[in-house]
Design a protein around this ligand. Structure first.
Ligand SMILES: *[C@@H]1O[C@H](CO)[C@@H](O)[C@H](O)[C@H]1NC(C)=O
Ligand SMILES: *[C@@H]1O[C@H](CO)[C@@H](O)[C@H](O)[C@H]1NC(C)=O
Ligand SMILES: *[C@@H]1O[C@H](CO)[C@@H](O)[C@H](O)[C@H]1NC(C)=O
Length: 381
């Protein structure tokens, strides 16, 4: 399994791909990969070959899952060495310049999903930004991020693959479920959307006043700036909700957003709000009568209830979950190996965030877990 990033040339780049796989291969702008998780976690990718640390250091992922101190301490020692070197952007760009070739050389072309999986294709929309240095140069919490998602979804609607759901992820998300498990969970949703959605509480300022994106030299601010100018309430009596920019949406809902006047007016109204991507989808999902609606009268959907991504926020640690075993970046935990059990026990679909530079062994153990689950299913067929 591989998880790679494309350099974004100073702009947020949206990478869309449709896949029967949970392996995140950022290859061409849109590629169609007919594969499921590689059978063996030990099956090495040819272009980016590297020795697995669990093999090199004899690490037992089951023992890590069981929180055996000796095994966990081995991973800490590896982390301290900080020897992980990923492929360079240049190598990746080179390797993926011919997408078909890349798919074949990595062995991704030969893997077939089951009928159960094939009849339920999934699409992914991935926002990728490479280095912190680059992220700094992109406006945070502005409308551009939302526009990138909308462009990506519009491309996906044009695809010949009639996907059933689209999941929006970022480059530091990692799958916790096999494709078959994901398909099974999504079928149970029966076309309902799955996004975190909460009442606005203290976040109303984000849209109650006009925000400006640029200074008067037409230079973008790092983040939208509040003004004292009040904004009109949202159009069409829309009731506001807040939540995450990361979603699992049904095709019918995405189609609705693409064509509806209500969504178009709401987008226009959202232009000068703060972090519109964190209220746009969430609010539309609660509009009465939309496909896959989550009724306004239903309780809040917290991030632990919403299965899309499992995130650990520093300010909820010890309260909702054990402290981060990795490191924090802007209040979000980048997971460590000691979190393996916690990550696998919630039934979430993706973990946010993982980073091989923080803990390469965790990623190998997550891969191994996927490979084992995949093999177990196959042996039962
Ligand atoms: C790995 O650890 C588990 C749990 O401690 C143990 O049952 C298993 O035998 C170990 N496997 C190997 C290959 O040592
Ligand atoms: C780019 O890929 C080609 C093969 O497609 C290879 O021959 C060449 O060495 C690669 N260049 C770099 C800089 O990796
Ligand atoms: C630019 O903004 C500053 C305050 O932010 C203001 O004093 C100044 O008049 C503005 N200049 C122009 C040309 O609008």
């Amino acid at each position: 399994m591989c998880l790679y990033f494309l350099q974004n040339h100073l702009k947020l780049k949206n990478v869309c791909f449709i896949s029967f796989t949970l392996t995140l291969i950022i290859c061409c702008f849109m590629i169609i990969i007919l594969r499921v998780n590689e059978g063996g976690g030990g099956q090495e990718a040819r272009v980016f070959e590297r020795l697995r640390l669990t093999v090199k250091y004899g690490i037992n992922c089951t023992a890590i899952y069981e929180m055996e101190p000796v095994e966990v301490s081995k991973t800490l020692a590896i982390r301290k060495q900080k020897t992980y070197v990923g492929a360079t952007d240049q190598t990746i760009v080179n390797a993926t310049s011919d997408c078909d070739w890349f798919v074949v050389t990595q062995g991704y072309d030969g893997i077939q999903g089951t009928e159960f999986e094939r009849e339920f294709p999934l699409a992914y929309s991935l926002v990728v930004h490479q280095d912190a240095a680059l992220v700094e140069r992109v406006q945070y919490a502005g409308i551009s991020r939302l526009r990138a998602d909308l462009n990506c979804l519009s491309d996906l609607l044009d695809s010949e693959v009639k996907w059933k759901y689209v999941i929006n992820l970022c480059g530091q998300d990692f799958p916790l479920q096999t494709n078959a498990e994901l398909v099974s969970d999504l079928k149970e949703l029966k076309s309902r959307n799955m996004v975190e959605s909460k009442w606005p509480g203290g976040k109303k300022w984000r849209w109650s006043v006009h925000h400006i994106l640029k200074n008067n030299n037409s230079e973008y601010y790092d983040t939208p700036v509040s003004t004292s100018e009040e904004k009109s309430p949202p159009p069409h009596n829309i009731e506001m909700f807040v939540g995450s920019a990361y979603f699992t949406l049904s095709r019918e809902f995405v189609d609705f957003v693409h064509w509806s006047f209500l969504a178009r007016d709401f987008l226009a109204w959202s232009e000068d709000t703060y972090s519109p991507d964190e209220h746009f989808w969430v609010t539309l999902v609660r509009v009465p009568g939309v496909p896959g609606e989550v009724a306004r009268s239903e309780p809040e959907i917290s991030e632990l209830i919403c299965k899309t991504r499992l995130v650990k926020w520093s300010y909820l640690e010890e309260d909702l979950y054990p402290p981060c075993a990795g490191v924090h970046v802007r209040a979000v935990c980048i997971y460590g190996a000691a979190e393996l059990r916690w990550l696998l026990n919630y039934g979430h679909w993706f973990a946010n965030k993982v980073d091989p530079k923080v803990d390469p062994v965790l990623i190998e153990c997550l891969e191994e877990n996927l490979a084992e689950k995949h093999l177990n299913v196959q042996s039962k067929v």
